[in-house]
Each structure stands twice: as structure tokens, then as C-alpha cells.
Design a protein around this ligand. Sequence first.
Ligand code: C2E
Ligand code: MG
Ligand code: MG
Ligand code: MG
Length: 281
Amino acid sequence: KAKQQGRNTLQTFTYDINQKLTQRVTLRNDLQEAITQEQFELHYQPLLTRDGDIHGFEALVRWNHPVKGPISPGLFIPIAEETGQIIGLSQWVMERAAKDFLKLQPLLPNHCRMAVNLSPMQFHRPSFLSSLRKTLEVTGLPPTALELELTEGILMNDTEAAIDTLHALRGMGISITIDDFGTGFSSLSYLRHLPIDKIKIDRSFILNIVESSKDAAVVQGIIALAHHLELNVVAEGVETSAQQQHLLALNCDVLQGFLFAKPMPFEPLTHWLAVQQQNAL
Ligand code: C2E
Ligand code: MG
Ligand code: MG
Ligand code: MG
């Protein structure tokens, strides 16, 4: 019986793997056409200061597949990374985010920035800095209106070169955030050496911050450490006002999450902004 079960499990297992592989191969082929056929769209999620002012926006890419419908970036970004298609996609993201932000800028407080997620492959390319400079020039986005989100993993290999790149970016006036903080390698000592501006605490730590005193302690520790290093702290995935209150009590600087706004296409975002400003009067 056990043998029989073992064989079935193995069969299901190989079947699952085959399905996943087929799905990946199909998506990979479809990605090729997706850029030229403009199947991508950017959504923007507001980030708010602890006083409720607009701090900026995060650009989040969406893929509207002509047959399969919307596909999550959590699924297709890793595939695009493997195939190198991420380079073309990232270029499109940066340009679109820059253009959209310039349209919004007259409606925004001065210090607002557009945050764009960087992929490891993009960051480690020798031409990364020069192509970014060119994109800023062509679009007219001031570097002081741009924020780049990097994960810890990006900075772990070839740390020396990564630090040089970060210095160059900050020299231009670009702001740097460590995204999903706490989920990666998290050697805390590396924070001392990195020229960065902010850390964004991963959603998994925010999720149970009210119920779990351990999670709350971790968040409290991260925020205290960051402030000692003169870094700002963002919390992502804030969904309830209880979480918000907790984070404010722990001195969190910036909040992002469905409680305030979901990621939105450009048009709804302009309406959201109008309502926001109406309420501020
Ligand atoms: P991320 O950079 O950590 O982005 C935050 C994710 O959390 C987004 O998922 C956002 O929609 C989601 N989120 C925000 N607030 C809440 C909340 O209150 N509750 C819940 N449950 N979720 C919330 P999304 O848009 O599916 O993106 C997933 C990941 O895909 C991103 O994680 C980022 O790593 C990657 N990604 C998205 N757009 C890009 C891009 O243009 N370039 C690159 N390289 N990666 C991207
Ligand atoms: Mg991000
Ligand atoms: Mg994040
Ligand atoms: Mg995340």
C-alpha cells in the first residue's frame, strides 16, 4: 500500500512539474510579444507619511495577457529575469513611470518621488547607470523625483561594485530603498556600509503585528536600528487601522497598503489624488 501511494505521489509530483514547466515555457514565449503589443500596464500605489501626506508612489507592473487575463508580476518577473526579457521590460517600466509622474507632478507636494523596483539583472549590468541617465534625460524626469527599490539579495553578491553603483545613484540625487527588508540575508551589519536612504519592512512582518508580540518586537527593533543609522522606514502591506496605529506608535515614518489605497491605473490615480486634496482642505 505504501509503495502504491509512493508511486502515486511521484506521479502527481512529475505531473505538477510538467504542468509548471509547460506553463513557464508558454509564458516565456508570450512575454516576447507582450512588450511590442503593449500588453503591460503600470499601476501606482500611494505611500503616505505618518501625518497622512503623500510621500510618493510605487510603480507596479501588470500584464494583461490577451488569452489568460491578468498575470501576477510574482509569476512573470522571475521568468523575465531568467530569459533576460526583464531588460526590455524594465526599460519600458522606467520610461512609462517617468512620463506618468511628470504629468502628476503639478498636483503633488515638492518632495514626492516615484519608486521603481529594480531587478538584479538590471542593476548588475555594466550599462545600468548610463542607460538610466539617458532615460532621465530623454523623459525629463529629475533624478530627485526618482526612488529605486532594491532587494537585499541584489546587494549581497559583488557588494563592492554594488556600493559604488549606489554612491553614483545617490550622487545624482536618486533615493535608494531596501525593499522587502527582513526576508533576505539580513546580515544587519551590512546596513552600516550601504549608502541608502530607506528600508521597507516586508509585509510578512506587518501582517500579524497586532496579534503577535514577537512580530511587533521585530518591527520595533528594525525601526529603532534604522533610525539610529539615520534611515527612514516604510511599512508595506498595511491593511487595518489597528496595524496603522501600532506602526505609528513604533515611529514608522511612511506607510503603504490597501488600508490607504490599492495600486491603481493612471486615471483612477488622478481621481484619488483629487479626493485626497479635497479632504486635506
Ligand atoms: P514589492 O515591490 O514588494 O511590491 C509590493 C507588493 O505588495 C505589490 O504586489 C503590491 O500590490 C502588494 N501590496 C501592497 N499593499 C498591500 C496590502 O496592503 N496587502 C497585500 N496583500 N498586498 C499589498 P504586486 O504588484 O503583485 O508585485 C509583486 C512583486 O513583483 C513586487 O513586490 C516586486 O518585487 C515585483 N514587481 C512589480 N512590479 C515590478 C517592476 O516593474 N519591476 C520589477 N523588477 N519588479 C516588479
Ligand atoms: Mg517594491
Ligand atoms: Mg516590497
Ligand atoms: Mg514585497
